[in-house]
Write a protein that binds this ligand. Structure first.
Ligand code: URA
Length: 214
């Protein structure tokens, strides 16, 4: 289930990530534990996603000597949450990228056309020099992620990555048909989507589990 799939998909198979994901999947896990685990796992995912980000040298003085030291230009990183469950990943990533800028995008599915309809969009100005990480826990049908990435691409970000907790072959195919240039980072690729568009075995409705709305 979690071997590296073909294409632009990075499965984070680290044992800590997998352990926390298994706890999150269990239906016995409470809302508060689920929320904490999502925050923790998001920090670990951020660690992998930032692996190739450039650093710049700044002059500092240690207690012993002056030196040029590498720093990440955190102000150039933008985290964009796909509402509402994306906020769970956002919170965790902000803990280790505290200077990142933040954007939000809200989409709902039109019940007649099934198209993704935007109801909220706010991202930082000057996206052209920003490395952008879009977050949503579940890449299921792929429709909202595709619409969100299309909208964000129009703002011309320097780079774009997509981070989710779980996905499935159907979601990856839809996403990569539309955006083959955008890498997906995920903790697991599950078996399939069911007839209600839930990921199987998955973890249920990520938003409901995160916010305790069901
Ligand atoms: N969204 C969820 O929250 N869970 C799924 O399984 C699919 C989409």
């Amino acid at each position: 289930m979690s071997s590296q799939p073909p294409g632009n998909v990075h499965v984070i198979g680290h044992p800590l990530v997998q352990h926390k994901l298994s706890l999150m999947r269990s239906k016995e896990t409470s809302t508060s534990t689920f929320r904490n685990l999502l925050r923790e796992i998001s920090m670990l995912l951020a660690y992998e996603v930032c692996r190739d980000f450039p650093t710049t040298q700044v002059a500092i003085e240690t207690p012993v000597a002056p030196m040029m030291a590498p720093v990440l230009d955190g102000k150039k990183i933008v985290l964009i949450s796909i509402l509402r469950a994306g906020n769970g990943i956002l919170d965790g990533m902000l803990e280790i990228l505290p200077s990142a800028r933040v954007g939000h995008i809200g989409l709902y599915r039109d019940p007649k056309t099934m198209a993704a309809v935007e109801y909220f969009y706010k991202v930082p100005e000057n996206m052209t020099d920003r490395d952008t990480i879009v977050v949503d826990p579940m890449l299921a049908t792929g429709n909202s992620a595709v619409a969100a990435i299309s909208r964000i691409k129009a703002s011309g970000p320097k780079s774009l990555k997509f981070v989710c907790l779980l996905t499935c072959p159907e979601g990856i195919a839809v996403f990569h048909r539309a955006h083959p240039d955008v890498p997906i980072y995920t903790a697991a690729v599950d078996e399939r989507l069911n007839e209600k568009s839930y990921i199987v075995p998955g973890l249920g409705d990520a938003g409901d589990r995160l916010f305790g709305t069901k």
